[in-house]
Design a protein around this ligand. Structure first.
Ligand SMILES: [Cu+2]
Length: 120
């Protein structure tokens, strides 16, 4: 019986470590990170490795001058809770653009990042 308690504590430690790793991170995107695309895409999409909260998750695209070129703060897809997307209302002129994303995973943890793509 003496060895039972440390075994239970170890299991609890592993369980809490697993939940810490459950933050959402990007799995894939369109355009891909660092890609050069032509013509200008109509949308920018990021697929995450877990479900994200629609209310607190945002995606914004800015041009090299830091001016926002996407509509609003984007939205989580109504049919796929791992997909965050935004619309580019007008075709982008050639140049480099940055995608800024910020999401809350189902475990309540916040992650954020950015990546570039180029329109040629
Ligand atoms: Cu987490």
């Amino acid at each position: 019986m003496r060895k039972t308690i440390p075994a239970v504590l170890l299991l609890l430690t592993l369980a809490s470590a697993t939940s810490v790793w459950a933050h959402a991170f990007p799995d894939n995107s369109a355009p891909h990170v660092g890609a050069t695309v032509s013509p200008s895409p109509k949308t920018v999409q990021i697929w995450f490795d877990g479900e994200i909260e629609p209310v607190f998750s945002t995606i914004i695209v800015k041009n090299a001058a830091g001016v926002r070129v996407s509509q609003g703060k984007g939205a989580v897809s109504s049919s796929d809770n791992t997909l965050l997307q935004t619309t580019l209302p007008t075709p982008l002129p050639p140049g480099q653009y940055w995608v800024y994303w910020s999401v809350i995973a189902r475990d309540g943890h916040h992650t954020a990042g950015r990546f570039p793509f180029t329109v040629s």
